[in-house]
Write a protein that binds this ligand. Structure first.
Ligand SMILES: *Cc1c(COP(=O)(O)O)cnc(C)c1O
Length: 236
C-alpha cells in the first residue's frame, strides 16, 4: 500500500465524468510506479507525449494497457510508434499523416488517428487550421491514406483562466466537427461505412478545463496533473 493519492484522485474524477466520455490518464513525466498504481485502480487508458518515454514504459507495464500518443510526433519517430498505440491523437500536418500511412502500410497494419486542430490563441500550439480541415474533407484527401482511420478531432483550448475564452474554443471545435461531417456527406461518402473516416471522437479537455470541454461535447478527456500531481518538468 502507499498513499500517493493517485487511486483516490482517479476515483474522484471518474465519479464526475458522464457516461460515454473516456478518460485518458496522461502519465508523461511520471514514473511507471505511478502508472501501475492507476492501473491497479482499474485505469487502462494512458496518454504519453514523447516517443522515447512511451517506448521505455510499454515493456515495463501490463500489455492490456491502451496507449494514446498525444504529443507532437516527429516524422522520423513515426516508424517506432506504429503498432504500439491504440490512437495517435496528435496528427498535426499532412506530412505526418503521409508518413503514418506509409509506415503503417509497410507493417501491414491500420493506424487509428485523430487530427489535431489549432484553435488556441497561441502561436506555439501545433495543428491544422479549421480551413485546412474543411479543404481536407471536402476534397476527400483521406482517400489518399489507405492505412489510417480518422476517428475525429483533438484540440487544446487557449491557456487562460478566462472560462469564456476556453468555452468558446471548445465550442468552435465542436461546431467544426459537425461542419466536417456535413462536408463529408456532401461528397457522397457514407461516413461510418468507409472504414477510413468516422469522426465520432472529439478529444478536448485537460485537468483545468475538462468540465467545460465535456459540456461542449468532448468524449475523450486527457487528464494528467489532476491524477498524478505536478510533473517534474514542464512541457510545451
Ligand atoms: C500534458 C497534456 C495533457 C494533460 O495536461 P494536464 O493539465 O496535466 O491535465 C493533455 N493533453 C495534452 C496534449 C498534453 O500534452
Amino acid at each position: 500500500m502507499n498513499n500517493s493519492g493517485i487511486a483516490v484522485r482517479l476515483e474522484e474524477i471518474k465519479a464526475l465524468i458522464p457516461e460515454g466520455v473516456s478518460l485518458v490518464a496522461v502519465s508523461k513525466f511520471h514514473p511507471v510506479e505511478d502508472i501501475r498504481e492507476a492501473y491497479d485502480a482499474g485505469q487502462r487508458l494512458f496518454g504519453e507525449s514523447r516517443v522515447q518515454e512511451l517506448l521505455e514504459k510499454i515493456p515495463q507495464l501490463p500489455s492490456d494497457i491502451k496507449w494514446h500518443f498525444i504529443g507532437h510526433l516527429q516524422t522520423n519517430k513515426v516508424k517506432a510508434v506504429i503498432g504500439k498505440t491504440s490512437l495517435i491523437e496528435s496528427v498535426d500536418s499532412l506530412r505526418l499523416l503521409e508518413i503514418i500511412d506509409l509506415e503503417s502500410r509497410k507493417k501491414g497494419v491500420n493506424t487509428d488517428i485523430l487530427l489535431q486542430v489549432h484553435i488556441a490563441q497561441e502561436e506555439t500550439k501545433f495543428g491544422f487550421s479549421p480551413e485546412e480541415l474543411i479543404h481536407f474533407f471536402s476534397h476527400r484527401t483521406y482517400d489518399d491514406f489507405a492505412n489510417v482511420t480518422i476517428h475525429g478531432l483533438m484540440a487544446m483550448a487557449t491557456n487562460t483562466d478566462n472560462k469564456e475564452i476556453v468555452r468558446h474554443d471548445f465550442e468552435k471545435v465542436s461546431l467544426l466537427r459537425e461542419k466536417l461531417i456535413k462536408e463529408i456527406s456532401k461528397t457522397g461518402m457514407e461516413i461510418n461505412r468507409s472504414g477510413k473516416v468516422n469522426m465520432n471522437i472529439l478529444s478536448m479537455g485537460m485537468s483545468g478545463d475538462w468540465p467545460l470541454a465535456v459540456e461542449e461535447g468532448s468524449n475523450i478527456i486527457r487528464i494528467g496533473s489532476a491524477i498524478f500531481g505536478e510533473r517534474a518538468y514542464k512541457v510545451t
